[in-house]
Design a protein around this ligand. Structure first.
Ligand code: PLP
Length: 401
C-alpha cells in the first residue's frame, strides 16, 4: 500500500463529501433529490451573462489559446486595478496576480507565508478551505467567533486574546460563507486596525461582494494605506462563472521583496491560469453597462429566494436562522435540547436518506463548539425551495419537534 503524506490526515472538504453520499442515493428509485448544498449558481437557474460568454468565444476564435503569463494576462491585471479603484483602493497591475480561482490564490498565500507551527486566525463559522489549508501546511487554524446572537458580528475582544507570537495572518470573509453575513464599515475598520496593531497580514475574501441585498460592503484595502492586505476576488460568484476558474489577488501595502514577490515566483511553477477565460474576464470587468443589467436580474432572484428561505427556516420547529445579507447561503441552527441527533452530521445524512434533501453539516464550517447547524444555499427556484422546506418540516416533525 502506498502511504500518503501525513499533512493530509486532517484535510477534508465537507461540501463535496455530502455530494458523494447523495450520488449513491440519487440513482435509486424515489422522489427527486433536492440539492441545497453546492455554492455553484450555474448548477441552478443562473447562467454566466451572455456578454461574457461572447467574449470567451471571441477570445478562442482570435487565438488566445496558449499559456498566459504566469502572473496573469496583463490586460486583465489592468482591468482588475480599474475595478479596485472603483471600490476605493489603488494599485498597479504588478500588484495583481491571476490564479485558477481564488482557491489557488489562498493555497499559494498559505504556502508562501506560513511555516509549520504558525497560526492563522479564521472566522467561526468559516468557509472550510481556510481551516483545511492550515492543516495541509502543518499550521494551526484558530477560530475567532462570529456571534450568532449579534447577527454573526465578529467578536473583537476574543480575537485580541487569540494572538500569540506564532500568529501570522487573519482571514476576513465578507460577505461570509456559510452565514451570508455582511461585515459593515466599522467592523471592517476594526479588522484592519487589529491587523495593524499585531503586524499581521490580512486576507480579505470579497468573492461575493456584488451579491449584497441591503448594505454594500467596503473593501478592507480601501481603509488602510499601511496594513498588508491581500484582497481576493474573481469570476466565480459575482460573474456567475465558477467553472472558468479565474480568480485574482490584489496586494496592498506590501514591501518589495515580500510575500507578493514570493507568490509571483510560485505562480511560475504552475505555468498559468487559463488564458481565454482571462481575456473574457477583461470584458466582464470593463463592460459596466451590461454588468449592471445582469446584476440587477441576479439580485432580484436572489433577494426573493433569500426572503423565502429566511421566513421558512424560522417557521421550522426547533430551527432558528439569522437573516443572510449577502451571498446565497443561510446557516440555520438546530435547537436539539432533547439530543435527538448525536451531531449535525447525523441530521444531514438522515435528512438526505429519508427526504432526499441535500444540505451540509455545520461542523464542516468550524461552527461554535457545542452547537448544531446546517448550511443551505438558496439558489434553487422558489418552488424547489418550498418543496425542500416542506420535506425538512415533515422530517423534523417525524422526529418529535
Ligand atoms: N471564498 C469563499 C468564501 C467561497 O465561498 C468560495 C467558494 O465557494 C471560494 C472562495 C472559492 O472560490 P473560487 O471559485 O474563486 O476558487
Amino acid at each position: 500500500m502506498v502511504l500518503v503524506a501525513e499533512r493530509l490526515a486532517k484535510v477534508s472538504y465537507p461540501i463535496r463529501d455530502v455530494v458523494a453520499a447523495a450520488k449513491k442515493i440519487d440513482g435509486t428509485p424515489g422522489p427527486k433529490m433536492l440539492n441545497l448544498s453546492i455554492g455553484d449558481p450555474d448548477a441552478y437557474d443562473f447562467d454566466t451573462p451572455a456578454y461574457i460568454k461572447k467574449a470567451l468565444y471571441t477570445a478562442v476564435e482570435k487565438g488566445f489559446n496558449g499559456y498566459a503569463d504566469s502572473a496573469g494576462y496583463f490586460e486583465l491585471r489592468k482591468a482588475v486595478c480599474e475595478h479596485n479603484a472603483r471600490k476605493g483602493f489603488e494599485g498597479t497591475p504588478e500588484q495583481v496576480l491571476v490564479t485558477c480561482g481564488t482557491s489557488e490564490a489562498t493555497n499559494m498565500l498559505y504556502g508562501c507565508l506560513l511555516n509549520p507551527g504558525d497560526e492563522v486566525l479564521v472566522p467561526s463559522p468559516c468557509y472550510p478551505q481556510y481551516e483545511n489549508l492550515a492543516y495541509y501546511y502543518a499550521t494551526t487554524p484558530k477560530f475567532y467567533p462570529l456571534v450568532e446572537e449579534k447577527e454573526f458580528e465578529p467578536d473583537f475582544e476574543a480575537l485580541e486574546k487569540m494572538v500569540t507570537p506564532r500568529t501570522k495572518m487573519v482571514v476576513a470573509i465578507n460577505p461570509n460563507n456559510p452565514t451570508g453575513t455582511v461585515t459593515g464599515r466599522n467592523a471592517t475598520k476594526k479588522f484592519v486596525e487589529f491587523a495593524a496593531a499585531h503586524g499581521l497580514v490580512m486576507i480579505s475574501d470579497e468573492i461575493y461582494d456584488e451579491m449584497v441585498f441591503d448594505e454594500k460592503t467596503v473593501s478592507a484595502a480601501a481603509l488602510s494605506k499601511q496594513v498588508p492586505i491581500v484582497t481576493l476576488n474573481g469570476l466565480s460568484k459575482n460573474f456567475l462563472a465558477p467553472g472558468w476558474r479565474v480568480g485574482w489577488m490584489s496586494f496592498s501595502n506590501f514591501q518589495e521583496g515580500s510575500l507578493q514577490a514570493a507568490v509571483t515566483r510560485l505562480c511560475r511553477l504552475r505555468l498559468s491560469a487559463p488564458l481565454p477565460m482571462q481575456v473574457a474576464a477583461v470584458e466582464a470587468l470593463r463592460n459596466d453597462k451590461e454588468y449592471e443589467v445582469e446584476k440587477k436580474k441576479m439580485l432580484e432572484k436572489l433577494r426573493s429566494r433569500r426572503d423565502l428561505a429566511f421566513k421558512r427556516l424560522n417557521e421550522l420547529p426547533g430551527v432558528s436562522c439569522v437573516k443572510p445579507k449577502g451571498a446565497f447561503y443561510a446557516f440555520p441552527q438546530l435547537h436539539d435540547e432533547k439530543g435527538v441527533w448525536q451531531d449535525d452530521k447525523q441530521f444531514v445524512y438522515e435528512l438526505l436518506e429519508k427526504e432526499r434533501v441535500l444540505t451540509v453539516f455545520g461542523s464542516g464550517f468550524g461552527q461554535k463548539p457545542g452547537t448544531k447547524h446546517f448550511r443551505i444555499v438558496f439558489l434553487p427556484t422558489e418552488s424547489e425551495l418550498n418543496e425542500a422546506f416542506e420535506r425538512i418540516e415533515r422530517f423534523l416533525k417525524s422526529k418529535g419537534f
